[in-house]
Design a protein around this ligand. Structure first.
Ligand code: 4NP
Length: 148
C-alpha cells in the first residue's frame, strides 16, 4: 500500500499525517510506503513547521527529518491513495488528474466531508489538529487492513 498525504504547504498538516502513519505501519511490521506533498510550492525541501515538529515530538513522533515536496501528476501513478486535508487541496489535486482511475485515488483524509483546519495562522490549532490526525490515521490503518 502506498499512501500520499496532501495539504497546501506540506509543512503543517500532511507532514503530521505522514509521520504518524509511517510510525503506525512500521509498528505493525507492514511494508507500506507513506509520503506527503503540498499543492503549493513555497516550502519545497524545507523541514516541517517547527510547531508541527514540536507537537509531534510531544506525542512521541519524530518528523524532523521529513522535507516538503510539491504535489505533481506523477504521484497519481506512484501512490494507491491520495488523502487530502481540505476541499481546496482536493480541487487542486483533481485539477491535475485527467484519468478516472487517478481521480478515484483522491479522497478527503477525514470522513463525511470534514476538513482538517489549516493551523498555519493559529498556534492554538496545532494540538487539536494533531489529535485529529493521529486518531484518523489509526482508523485509516484499520480500514485498509480490513479491506485487504
Ligand atoms: P499546511 O499549512 O497546508 O498544513 O502545510 C500551510 C503552510 C504554509 C502556508 C499555508 C498553509 N503558506 O501559506 O505558506
Amino acid at each position: 500500500m502506498k499512501i500520499l498525504m496532501v495539504c497546501l504547504g506540506n509543512i503543517c498538516r500532511s507532514p503530521l499525517a505522514e509521520g504518524v502513519m509511517r510510525h503506525l505501519v512500521e509498528a505493525e511490521g507492514l511494508d507500506w510506503q507513506i509520503a506527503s506533498a503540498g499543492t503549493g510550492d513555497w516550502h519545497i525541501n524545507e523541514p516541517a513547521d517547527k510547531r508541527s515538529i514540536a507537537i509531534a515530538k510531544k506525542h512521541g513522533y519524530d518528523i524532523s527529518k521529513q522535507r516538503a515536496r510539491h504535489f505533481n501528476a506523477d504521484h497519481f501513478e506512484a501512490f494507491d491513495k491520495i488523502l487530502v486535508m481540505d476541499q481546496q487541496n482536493e480541487k487542486d489535486v483533481l485539477r491535475l488528474a485527467d484519468e478516472a482511475h487517478h481521480r478515484e485515488k483522491v479522497m478527503l483524509f477525514l470522513p463525511e466531508n470534514l476538513e482538517v483546519a489549516d493551523p498555519y495562522f493559529d498556534d492554538k490549532l496545532f494540538e487539536p489538529v494533531f489529535l485529529q490526525i493521529e486518531a484518523r490515521c489509526k482508523q485509516i490503518l484499520e480500514e485498509i487492513k480490513a479491506q485487504s
